[in-house]
Design a protein around this ligand. Structure first.
Ligand code: PMP
Length: 403
């Protein structure tokens, strides 16, 4: 039965990690995968998560019952407040539908399915973007198109190209936007640029779908990192937001996320919220019935208990602070060495990833000769570096750039 299947391309990142694991070189470095590691390259369980787990495990009323198909309400409401702010009029007016999802990927999947059921239109994604966007959109039978984002020569946003593509897309197109910590480039639009993007999108009646995978992890501040979403909401955009707690709470394998559907302009929202909630419930029902509980309970505790929330803010500063130190050191050491090229972009970028500007040939050489693993587009996960392996990385880049 299955021999008729055409070969499927394995995920490039997971394939790299497989090769990294088998590599015997003691100096090997894994810069492929986007999961935070501490200074000793160990997975880090956030202190706020440890505390939340203790509370749940000691709760005599905790149980393993099924949840509603759209998820645990106290968790999804807390997620919505995190995105929009406690005082958001959208929250107060109940102009939002929220559904629990299997991580950020699951939220995107639910969003694409909902779009397909409502008003299918082409979905524009940034060039470049996170590789999974490229596979998920056609999988949902939605046409996939690109908008320009990256100026390869000057290692910055091709803002003119981006605006031209917004103008030239047919009215009512969907644009997938990275809320913060753009993956893979690490460069986000400035506030002024977001305002211009919103203005054009309004004129063209485009529909924003924000992918928010790094709130609080990117800059260390949850308000900064949701600025664009909050601005678009204030401007009255109806939109989708996928929200992930994988990075900002380090809950990767627990698969914690939400999809939010926001309707700022609708006055009497009861009807639309019920209609959309029913559809979201029927989508999750047919996919997997309902999302898992444990991670969502942890996130709910952290978001709603003031002491845990305070601890979480500290934990995010720990993560983003380490990343930003490494970025500074990396730029500094490459410059001190006189390595040919521009290296300032490493500290100008934010979030987990850096678009290094290294060519495919250089990436392959770094891999073959020096056992340094990252994707051929030159994206490095900064979290794979620490004070022990940084010099080895810098020396290897120096050699490769000079050959
Ligand atoms: N969107 C982007 C841009 C991402 O980088 C990621 C994680 N790599 C996700 C979504 C998905 O996150 P999750 O692991 O929660 O599915």
């Amino acid at each position: 039965r299955f021999s008729v299947l055409k070969p499927s391309t394995p995920d490039a990142i997971f394939a790299l990690v497989g090769r990294y694991t088998l590599d015997k070189n003691p100096n090997k470095i894994n810069l492929a995968i986007g999961a935070y590691k501490d200074e000793h390259q160990k997975p880090w369980v956030l202190p706020c998560v440890k505390q939340a787990k203790k509370i749940i495990l000691n709760d005599p009323n905790d149980n393993h019952e099924y949840n509603p198909m759209i998820g645990i309400k106290s968790f999804t409401s807390a997620g919505a407040k995190l995105i929009l702010g406690d005082n958001s009029s959208i929250i107060k007016n109940n102009s939002i539908s929220s559904v629990q999802s299997i991580g950020g990927t699951g939220a995107l999947k639910l969003g694409f399915e909902l779009l397909k059921r409502a008003k299918p239109s082409a979905v524009y994604i940034s060039n470049p973007t996170w590789a999974n966007h490229v596979s998920m959109i056609p999988e949902a039978n939605l046409p996939l198109k690109y908008y320009r984002y990256w100026d390869t020569k000057n290692l910055k946003i091709d803002f003119k190209g981006l605006l031209d593509d917004l103008w030239n897309a047919p009215n009512n197109s969907t644009f997938l936007l990275h809320a913060c910590g753009h993956n893979p480039t690490g460069i986000d639009p400035t506030k002024e640029q977001w305002k211009e993007i919103a203005e054009v999108m309004k004129k063209k009646n485009h529909f924003p779908f924000f992918d928010c995978a790094y709130q609080g992890f990117a800059s260390g501040n949850i308000i900064n990192d949701s600025w664009a979403i909050r601005y678009f909401a204030e401007q009255g955009f109806e939109m989708l937001v996928s929200q992930s707690f994988s990075k900002n709470m380090g809950l990767y394998g627990e698969r914690v996320g939400c999809l939010h559907v926001i309707y700022p302009k609708i006055q009497n929202t009861e009807k639309i919220v019920k209609l959309v909630n029913d559809h979201l419930a029927s989508i999750t029902r047919s996919f997997y019935s309902n999302a898992p509980s444990f991670g969502a309970k942890i996130a709910e505790k952290i978001l709603t208990q003031p002491d845990l929330r305070e601890q979480w803010y500290k934990d995010m500063t720990t993560m983003s602070g380490r990343i930003s130190n490494i970025r500074k050191e990396l730029s500094k050491r490459l410059k001190e060495r006189g390595t040919p090229g521009q290296w300032d972009h490493f500290y100008k970028q934010i979030g987990m990833f850096s678009y290094s500007g290294l060519t495919e040939k250089q990436v392959v050489e770094l891999n073959n000769k020096y056992s340094i693993y990252f994707t051929k587009n030159g994206r490095i996960s900064i979290s794979g570096l620490n004070m022990d392996n940084l010099d080895y990385f810098v020396e290897s880049v120096d050699k490769v750039v000079r050959t």
